[in-house]
Design a binder for this molecule. Sequence first.
Ligand code: FNR
Length: 341
Amino acid sequence: MIAQRKDDHVRLAVEQQHGPSGHNQFDDVSFVHHALAGIDRPDVSLATEFAGIAWPVPLYINAMTGGSEMTGVINRDLAIAARETGVPIASGSMSAYFKDASCAGTFSVLRQENPDGFVMANINATASVEKARRAVDLLRADALQIHVNTVQETVMPEGDRSFSSWVPQIEKIAAAVEVPVIVKEVGFGLSRETVRTLRDLGVRVADLGGRGGTDFARIENGRRELADYAFLQGWGQSTPACLLDAQDVGLPVLASGGVRNALDVTRALALGAFGVGASGVFLRTLMDDGVSALIAQISTWLDQLAALQTMLGARTPADLARCDLLIHGSLRSFCADRGID
Ligand code: FNR
């Protein structure tokens, strides 16, 4: 049953990517153009550091899959793309492995194909400390993602309906595992209040996982006999809104959800992210055009990111946070409603 769900998620996520790709709130963020701000390309570095983590580039392939034969092949190809481009990569939820260890290879392929890369394991917030450790061990993971996904669970026909244990469980896991713990949303966003709670629980990094790209309410509705939870589609805060909301909390943040191109990556970094993740866009490229196309796409994004940093006068991704930004439209209204300057 889990294997079928994993295959459904891939199919429905790629279908969503084939739909109209429209405006999202990244379009409400623009840079003030300073015509003399440019620097020299050889002086630009893409390296980023946060919470004791050092990445060669501020872009990563975010959590997607594993647990079935087809998704094992996808993980192999994602891992090859990560290895060839140097981007960090996260596994999909490893619940399937805890239920049936015979699918271990569909996850561990991420490490086999990418022995020296930065690999993140992924679990849900009900996993025991022992399972968290098993997930890290299987991938020899450099960090552990814990996903929080109440909206998805609510729409998922077989989803969880008990969420109150998540906060104490996250605290236990964060205290027990040796690697940094990153808590992530799956496309509905983390509010400032949630990021504060995570900081106080000892979590090292928050991945804001905002609205604007893959919509798991829509995916799970597509798996229901009646699509009777359609009213939850579009729920939550966008990724740029989350970045603005969480800017003063004091916990390092990663940005993902709705990232479409290198300009969105640059915008997210300018809004304070230490790294930027994408899932749906990369999955679509892999499924439609294969692993070479995915390697080319990621390489192009990295090249464009360095070009944009050069034009904007940012020697490092962190320097982008000093750029002058304009916030328009509904994102501006969000800031006013939340009292953000
Ligand atoms: C996901 N995502 C996800 N996240 C997670 O923490 N554990 C998981 O198992 C999965 N599974 C999964 C499957 C598929 C097919 C997709 C496309 C995505 C969510 C993902 O990490 C990310 O938060 C969202 O997809 C939003 O980012 P994009 O797709 O808009 O770039």
